[in-house]
Design a protein. Sequence first.
Length: 211
Amino acid sequence: MASNEIKERVAMLAEREWDLPAIEAKFRHLVDHGIPKVKPAPETLIREKEVFLDRVQLAAEQYCYLTRSCAKGSALSLLEAFGLGNMEIIKAMAPFPGLAMTGGICGPVAGGLVALGLYFSDTDPANFQNVAHYVAGRQYIQRFKAMFGSLSCTDIQQLLLGEAHDPFAGPDEWAAFNQSGARAKCPVAPGMGARLAATIIIESMEKEHQR
């Protein structure tokens, strides 16, 4: 099921008309003015869950396409959606796609974990008794791996692009990576990853709401 969903999304993004000026304008507004500290009401998120998740997924895809960074795309979409963090965190995500493109952990894994850490961690960073961030983080890793079959950038490139490349191994690899359609297809991972992380946050709200 997940494999079919991924293939359909890859095909959709490969044909998408990306409105780059509009995406860049939205991104530049966040750079200039910061991430609004507006936290959506839990009742609204629960009621409009699918609409909200669609928006988070689309934003992650768009920011990834603009910045060419799956880690920045996933993290920014989530931070913006839940009123978390700041743009310095997005700058810090720069080396995280594939662990500096070494083929290591996929960038959206890092992006999702950063957002979950900000949301679930205690306001006191020294409080080691609050383990909610570990619980949420482990859920995210498990769901991401179940969705994509791996946490590895190399494996996920193979899934999304049909081949894997190290763009920093030389000009031939750089050219092959770009020719594979990576810019349009790789945003599938941060989009679906951000959606998974946002789902975990909303599920925590639903549990609180039921108490």
